[in-house]
Design a binder for this molecule. Sequence first.
Ligand code: PGA
Length: 351
Amino acid sequence: MKPKIIVANWKCNPESSQEAQKLFEISDKKNVVIAAPYLFLHLGKELAYAQLGAQDAFLDNGAFTGEVSCRQLVKAGVKNVILGHSERRAYFGETDELIVQKAKAALDFGLSVIICVGESQKEKSEGEGMAGRTIRRNVINALSGIPPKRAGKITVAYEPVWAIGTGETPNPIDVNERAKAIKSTAESLGLFGVSVLYGGSVDENNCPEFLNQPEIDGLLVGGASLVPEKISRIIKTMNNLNGDIYPVIHKESAVKQKPASISIKASKAAKKESKKPVRAKAAKKETKPRKETAKAKPKKKIERKAVKAAKPKKPKIKKPAKKSVVAKSFSVTRPKKSPFSKVKKSVKKKR
Ligand code: PGA
């Protein structure tokens, strides 16, 4: 059986890097994905256990002001991306059509995708049949055309819109049925092994009921992922269920080396150091007077600068982007129309 996972969706939070750093440290556990805002992703580069996630991704590099591409995310160490969250659909006009394009691009770049689906309050009030049809349509639209070999990298997050941030949750047994239905819809498209998460007002009290359902492979946690005590308990519940011994980062050794800040980087480095045998060479290096190197450095820099200045400058040649279906459709660097209209065109062409 697959281990259950927790995806922490910080949304447009927190306010400062200090807070983000603290949340990274608290959530850095096995089977956790931390979907931080782009601004803080670099702080998660040294995570020891958790994986880094993004909350959205654009298709590829180019003249797309304000966007962050799949290619850039991969370079930044991101492994997962949330796509089609209901907030992006509602406030930023994302359509199923664009979401499938993003999913294909993200998968092409080797990212794992977490695609959000779920019925609105209105669709819920129209009855079970309506809600079921919406989810089925969302899943088919978001997954059609994705090659079966990519199934292992696909997760669908079932997030009823009416449950997000409201404190209201559906019955976990009903969610289990939904998860089963989502998996069989994916299978009808040739995608076997797709995971399904539940999201919407998950907290430290209700998480066991959802995690105990056999078809629910984990949770997408929004608000509670920003509260250290809550997310710690949710992660602990999940990993206890997975049967994992709760991982402990030995911060004591990190404190000895860097008393000022106990960063993830420091604790990881300290762990590595403690395992390494002390070699004579390394010890020799340590005894070198620091002044010497401090003096030598700026001199070298100046020399290098002078050489650089003497060299004639080569004209910069833009490397052609790596071949990918998506990159192809976005090869024009200055699109006159909106990129979204291009996305639509390329989708039509493919059909
Ligand atoms: P919530 O958000 O846990 O605050 O309801 C979940 C989500 O939107 O992913």
